[in-house]
Design a protein around this ligand. Structure first.
Ligand SMILES: [Zn+2]
Length: 416
């Protein structure tokens, strides 16, 4: 039978295994490939590889890659062996990982597709349930994490990210040089980051050259406790400082808009985006309209000017000159009579040394920012995550830089 040979080749099946039957069931749109083990070849214990005696046999099935759109199932009687030392174990098969109901090639295909589409999207493509595909993703991540070598990061970024609409957070630690997520912890409290530092160990913590973060007491506290000379290594990056200033401008705008609307003046209506966009990225027509607002005597225009004035402060190379410039900015901001702006100004002053560290080192946090962008995309694609564990898995899957393919695939790949 030609098709037996064909499947033997496609599946990369070799002695002591061989394809014995290929059954096509047109009504069920399926192919069942039966594989049998040559009984004359001695059995080995899968733990110690020493000779072992046969115990019994069990029929097992694995979903394999479709054959011309026919769902393809691999079926084999797999012996269980009895080792004097290790007891009864199921013999390992070369086409699948232990305990999996899918062949390694099939799992690999699902892993590839999961990089392109959501779990439910892949599930309908490969005719599996959401839970089955999610299970393959979870196993892939566990495999990748188990294989991951000891973390050797020197420049890290720490950030929080929320999932779903409720205020639930995870803490994400990024290796800035590798642009990968190296840790995802529950919540955004001190314990969340402590868990990472504990895993990193004393030597790993001592090897950290910079830790970029938001001005967040929990993260600062954990870092001071675990990282030697923490205050020289902590940097408060541009991205987070700019975010706080943007929020302050928005608060001022909202309040002023309400006051103006009460007087029948709607000039601030629909302008939210303009106040938060960098002028150089603005559409020329919008920019022209915005320039009038910007040059007005509105409170929000004042807040905006202060926010914009902080932008060039990141370009200093000398710590001394940077400090002078930031303090001058602080003086202006604190006299602004705009409470949200003053609040950020005070925050900046309290954290000035860490900001200056970021300025002088040019810590841009570009890796963290792009990773954060990808996380936002994942959230949109998945329509939010049902639980934190699913969210953690997805972050590791897409951003962990992990080696996640089933190991047995390698052998079938190289031999094929
Ligand atoms: Zn053994």
């Amino acid at each position: 039978m030609r098709d037996k040979d064909l499947y033997q080749q496609i599946l990369g099946i070799e002695r002591p295994w061989a394809v014995t039957h290929v059954d096509l069931n047109r009504a069920a749109q399926g192919v069942v490939v039966r594989v049998a083990r040559d009984q004359r070849v001695a059995l080995k214990c899968p733990v110690c590889a020493k000779r072992a005696s046969g115990y019994d046999q069990r029929v097992r099935r694995w979903r394999h890659l479709d054959t011309c759109q026919f769902k393809t199932i691999l079926e084999a009687e797999v012996p269980r062996v009895q080792c004097k030392e290790h007891g009864v174990h199921q013999d390992s098969v070369p086409w699948a990982e232990e305990g999996s109901r899918f062949t390694a090639l099939f799992e690999s295909l699902v892993i590839d597709w999961l990089h392109e589409a959501s779990v439910s999207g892949v599930a309908s493509q490969v005719r599996l349930s959401w839970h089955e595909v999610s299970g393959i993703q979870e196993r892939a991540v566990r495999r990748g994490l188990a294989r991951r070598p000891q973390i050797k990061a020197t420049r890290i970024g720490v950030d929080e990210t929320s999932f779903q609409k409720r205020h639930e957070y995870v803490t994400v630690v990024v290796d800035q040089d590798e642009s990968t997520v190296i840790h995802v912890a529950d919540d955004r409290d001190k314990a969340a980051l402590e868990g990472f530092y504990k895993e990193l160990g004393t030597d790993g913590c001592a090897a950290l050259k910079s830790v970029a973060m938001d001005m967040w007491p929990a993260y600062i506290g954990a870092t001071r406790e675990y990282v030697p000379d923490a205050d020289e290594r902590i940097s408060f990056d541009k991205f987070h400082v700019a975010q706080h200033l943007g929020d302050a401008v928005d608060k001022v705008r909202r309040r002023e808009n309400k006051e103006l609307l009460a007087l029948g003046d709607d000039q601030l209506k629909g302008t939210r985006y303009s106040w938060l966009t960098n002028p150089e990225n603005m559409d020329p027509v919008v920019a022209w309209e915005f320039s009038e607002l910007r040059d007005s005597s509105l409170k929000v225009a004042r807040a905006w000017a202060i926010k914009e004035a902080a932008r060039p402060l990141w370009k200093y190379v000398s710590r001394t000159w940077a400090r002078k410039a930031w303090l001058r900015w602080y003086g202006w901001a604190i006299r602004s009579r705009l409470e949200p702006v003053k609040k950020v100004a005070r925050m900046v002053k309290r954290h000035l040394e860490g900001i200056l560290t970021a300025v002088v080192a040019g810590v841009t946090n570009a890796a963290s920012e792009s990773i954060n962008g990808t996380i936002q995309q994942l959230k949109r694609r998945a329509n939010g995550y049902r639980n934190r564990e699913r969210f953690r898995m997805a972050i590791y899957f897409h951003l962990g830089g992990l080696d996640m393919y089933p190991r047995s695939l390698r052998s079938t790949h190289t031999k094929a």
